[in-house]
Design a protein around this ligand. Structure first.
Ligand SMILES: *Cc1c(COP(=O)(O)O)cnc(C)c1O
Length: 363
C-alpha cells in the first residue's frame, strides 16, 4: 500500500510559533481547507483545539463535517462555497456562514431561522465578498435581520498577478474605512479579520481582532522577508509506497519498449502509486525515489495506479519493499522542494495534491 506520514508535532510547533508572537487578544481561526491542506482536517483540528485555537475556517462542507465529528465545538466558519441546500447541515453542525451580498443574505434567511454569519468583503482581490461600497449596506441589512448573528467581518488579502506592494496598503485602508463606518453606525461586528499566512508573517499591523492563516500550520513558509520570523516545520513528513512487483525484462517479453531508460535484461519494479494518487500525469526525467537507502530512477510514463522504477542498482529489492517518494531513508533524503519541482508545482501545490483515499499515518 501507500501512505502519508503526517507529523502532528510539527502542527503543534507551528501553532505555538505563531501564538506567542501574536498579541494575546488576537484570535486564531485556523484555515483547514482542502482537508487541512491534505494532512487531514480532523486530526489537524484536534491538535490545534488542544493547543487552544479559537476557531476554524474551511471551504468545503465535508471538512466542516470532519471537524465536528471529532467533537470540537469551536466556531467553524464556512468560506464562500456552500449554498442554501446545505441549510440543514449548517444548522445541525452550528456552522458560521459567509455572506457577500444582499441576495445571499435573503436566500439564507429564507431557509434558516437563526444562524451565525461573517460578512465577507472584497478589498480588491475581485473574488467573493461585498465591494467596499456594498459592505456598509450589507452590514446594516444583516444587522437588522432577526435571523442573523453577525459575528464577524473578514477579507482575504491576496495578490493578483499584477499586484504592486502598495496594493496591500490600499486594501488595508479600505478595510479600516469599512470598519470605522460600521463603528460609527454602531454595527461593527466583534471580529474583524484579514490576515492569512502571508499577512501574519509580513503585516503585523493588519492583525485586527483575528487572523485566519492555513498553510502556516502545515509548515509552508512561502514568504520572503517576513516581519515575523517563525521557525516552521513541515507537517508532511513522508510519502511512502511499496513495490507491487519486481521483474527482469527477459527476452520472452519481446523487444524492450521504446521508452527512455529501458534496457534489455534490466530489472524494474512497479510502485503502487500513479497519477490517480496525486503524482503528476507526466513524470519528468530525473525523478527519483529512495529504496534500500539508495536513489533509483522513476521510469515515465506514470499510470493511474502504478509507476515503474529502475532497480538496476538495487539488486536486493523484493516485492513489498518500501519506496520513499518524499522523506528520508538511510543517508538519502528527498525534500519537499525537490518533489514539488518534479511534480511541476510549488509547496502548497504539493500539499494540495495529497489524495484523500491514501491513508495518513500520524506520528
Ligand atoms: C485559503 C484562505 C486563507 C488561508 O490562506 P493561507 O495562505 O493558506 O494562509 C485565508 N482566508 C481565505 C478566505 C482563504 O481562502
Amino acid at each position: 500500500g501507500s501512505w502519508y506520514e503526517i507529523d502532528l508535532g510539527a502542527v503543534r510547533n507551528n501553532y505555538r510559533e505563531l501564538r506567542w508572537r501574536l498579541p494575546r487578544n488576537v484570535k486564531i481561526y485556523a484555515c483547514l481547507k482542502r482537508n487541512g491542506y491534505g494532512c487531514g482536517a480532523a486530526a489537524v483540528a484536534a491538535t490545534l483545539a488542544a493547543e487552544g485555537v479559537d476557531g476554524f475556517a474551511v471551504a468545503s462542507l465535508l471538512d466542516a463535517i470532519s471537524i465536528r465529528r471529532t467533537g470540537i465545538a469551536l466556531p467553524v466558519l464556512l468560506y464562500p462555497g456552500a449554498s442554501t441546500g446545505a441549510g440543514p447541515v449548517v444548522e445541525a453542525l452550528d456552522l458560521t456562514i459567509s455572506i457577500s451580498s444582499i441576495d445571499e443574505l435573503h436566500q439564507w434567511t429564507s431557509v434558516l431561522t437563526k444562524f451565525r454569519a461573517f460578512i465577507k468583503v472584497d478589498l480588491g482581490f475581485c473574488r467573493a465578498g461585498a465591494t467596499p461600497s456594498e459592505a456598509g449596506p450589507l452590514l446594516t441589512a444583516a444587522h437588522s435581520s432577526p435571523n442573523v448573528l453577525v459575528e464577524g467581518i473578514y477579507a482575504h488579502m491576496s495578490e493578483l498577478p499584477s499586484s504592486r506592494p502598495l496594493d496591500v496598503v490600499d486594501q488595508f485602508a479600505r478595510m479600516q474605512t469599512i470598519l470605522s463606518n460600521a463603528e460609527s453606525g454602531g454595527i461593527r461586528p466583534a471580529i474583524a479579520m484579514m490576515s492569512s499566512t502571508e499577512g501574519v508573517l509580513r503585516h503585523p499591523q493588519m492583525d485586527l481582532d483575528a487572523v485566519d492563516p492555513g498553510a502556516l500550520f502545515v509548515g509552508l513558509p512561502e514568504t520572503e522577508e517576513p516581519a515575523r520570523e517563525l521557525t516552521l516545520r513541515p507537517a508532511l513528513k513522508s510519502i511512502c509506497t511499496t513495490l507491487v512487483t519486481v521483474k527482469r525484462l527477459d527476452a520472452s517479453l519481446g523487444p524492450v519498449p521504446d521508452i527512455p531508460g529501458f534496457k534489455p535484461g534490466m530489472t524494474i519494479g512497479v510502485i503502487g502509486m500513479g497519477w490517480g494518487d496525486g503524482l503528476p500525469r507526466t513524470v519528468p526525467s530525473g525523478s527519483e525515489a529512495i529504496i534500500h537507502g539508495r536513489r533509483a530512477r522513476l521510469l515515465a510514463p506514470a499510470h493511474l495506479e502504478h509507476l515503474r522504477i529502475d532497480l538496476t542498482d538495487v539488486p536486493e529489492a523484493r516485492f513489498g519493499d518500501r519506496v520513499i517518494l518524499l522523506g528520508r531513508q538511510g543517508d538519502q533524503h528527498i525534500s519537499h522542494e525537490e518533489l514539488a519541482a518534479h511534480w511541476g508545482t510549488d509547496l502548497v501545490g504539493l500539499y494540495a495534491s495529497l489524495r484523500d483515499h491514501i491513508p495518513r499515518i500520524y506520528i
